[in-house]
Design a protein around this ligand. Structure first.
Ligand SMILES: [Zn+2]
Length: 497
């Protein structure tokens, strides 16, 4: 059995005007041919694919085509899109006869002039392999599932958890893909699109309405006729022409059952639409004061408080250079020490060039979007580095921050980086520069959900109501392309479009 393997993943935030370039993919690593498997990720989809092959016990001949991922961000440049489109076309053409194709995509990528990147890449793949070679597709559960995606994939599975189970989903998809390539199953798909967007504060699948929904999907999979059930609470900052939630149910040749379950799951999601809109975030000044006041009890040393910068979530596609929380920390004169990541190539290069011990005054941050403002600060360069750190537990297996510096400004140590890297959500980002995150009273996190890497240090976190391309107030963003009416932007009578 010969299976073609393709991974291209990026999550687009339409409200971040800074484009995602081929260089951004290169900073994570673009691999082709045999390199895709030889330099496999350690906790990501490729590792999951390989585990699926092992569990199948079959001798599968993998034809690796390409693996490219980038941090979430603005739309892909045309060059970046065309690179992957061309590599997929050429790679599948050169592959010759295949029994199946496994594509590991995100599902919420847009490019310059293309709202639905995954639909376009799938169309390209399908145009080469023809209608009869089975194509199994993994998507992030923040995918925007479009008509083109459903039409081109024979089998479709989304992540089951937030934070995401990338390895496990790819493993389970691969096991189904092998059965599909062997013609042991006959998948039939029901897809329901919902006129609904929901912000990030209720994304976690371990609690609240998202848990109810995902638990129901897992229960549906208890029926042996059901192959896979995927709710898709779309990435809420994707302003695309088919934007909105979706649910997908795949059964083994039972279209009536797939239809019934897809309707039930869509109704369940819609019935909880108000619960998904509940916000928990607190004002910037209040959050900083609360974190600073948490000095522990008795002889217990205080553990850091994580401050989630909701409006500047790099993992949601923002630029990572908001100065809003930094400004508040400096203005409020806090007692404890704080860590703040700052993705700012201009400042990173300047600080690295100034060198350790230099006192530097510069306008930092606020470059990625007009929504953010630079802040003039004076500080001392504590450390500089090449920005490469191992992190086996990250899907990409490593962190590449480019040139970077630890920059002390009053009570704050800024992690100023050239590339997005892991956006400071992983302790290895700081330890690379000799900074121990556990020694700080507060750590600003450029994510709304991915706190798991800091969990060994602390489980205390506060969502901060900050403005930006990934803010929770969706109605205040400049929507142009999403279908209307759509909940909660408009009065919307039904989930059906
Ligand atoms: Zn996601």
């Amino acid at each position: 059995m010969r299976i073609g393997l393709i991974q291209v993943m990026q999550e687009t935030c339409s409200f971040n005007p800074t484009p995602t370039t081929l260089g951004d993919f290169a900073s994570f690593g673009i691999h082709r041919g045999a390199d895709v498997l030889e330099r496999s990720d350690t906790a990501g989809p490729i590792a999951g694919y390989l585990e699926g092959l092992r569990l199948s016990g079959l001798a599968v001949d993998t034809v690796p085509i390409v693996r490219g991922t980038a941090q979430s961000g603005g739309r892909l440049t045309r060059e970046a899109f065309e690179h992957f489109d061309t590599v997929i076309r050429e790679g599948l053409t050169a592959a010759g006869e295949l029994d199946g194709v496994v594509m590991l995509l995100h599902g919420a990528a847009s490019a310059d002039g293309i709202d639905d990147v995954e639909g376009a890449l799938l169309a390209t793949a399908r145009s080469v392999i023809g209608p009869d070679v089975p194509l199994a597709l993994m998507l992030d559960h923040h995918a925007n599932v479009t008509r083109a995606i459903v039409d081109h994939a024979d089998l479709l599975m989304g992540f089951r958890t937030q934070p995401h189970d990338q390895l496990e989903t790819a493993r389970d998809l691969t096991l189904l893909a092998i059965r599909l390539a062997a013609r042991e199953i006959a998948p039939t798909t029901s897809w329901r699109k919902l006129r609904m967007l929901t912000h990030q504060e209720q994304y976690l699948t371990v609690r609240g309405p998202m848990k109810v929904l995902f638990d129901r999907a897992r229960a549906m999979e208890g029926d042996p006729r059901v192959l896979t059930v995927s709710p898709f609470p779309m990435q809420c900052w994707l302003d695309a022409d088919e934007a909105g939630w979706a649910v997908v149910v795949v059964t083994d040749d039972d279209p009536q059952l797939a239809d019934r379950l897809a309707d039930e799951l869509a109704e369940l999601a819609w019935s909880m639409r108000d619960e998904f809109q509940v916000t928990e975030s607190v004002s910037v000044d209040e959050a900083v004061r609360l974190a600073d006041a948490d000095t522990g009890t008795g002889t217990d040393k205080a553990r850091p408080t994580l401050l989630s910068d909701t409006g500047d979530s790099v993992l949601g596609g923002s630029g990572g250079d908001s100065t809003v929380i930094l400004e508040a920390i400096l203005r409020l004169g806090i007692e404890g020490r704080a860590l703040v990541p700052m993705i700012d190539p201009v400042s990173a290069v300047e600080l690295a060039a100034a060198g350790v011990g230099a006192t530097v005054t510069l306008a930092i941050g606020g470059r990625s979007t007009p929504l953010f403002r630079p802040l003039e600060v004076t500080g001392v360069v504590r450390a500089v580095g090449d920005g490469l750190a191992d992190a086996d537990d990250l899907p990409q297996g490593r962190i590449n921050m480019g040139r970077c510096a630890a920059f002390d400004v009053g009570p704050v140590t800024l992690l100023v980086t050239e590339f997005a890297g892991a956006a400071g959500i992983h302790p290895a980002s700081y330890r690379h520069l000799g900074v121990e995150p556990g020694d700080h009273r507060m750590i600003v996190m450029k994510t709304a959900s991915n706190f798991q890497y800091m969990a060994p240090l602390t489980t205390t976190f506060i969502r901060v109501a900050t403005p930006g391309p990934t803010q929770s107030d969706l109605a205040a963003l400049p929507w142009e392309r999403a279908p209307r009416p759509i909940f909660p932007l408009d009065p919307t009578p039904s989930w059906r479009g």
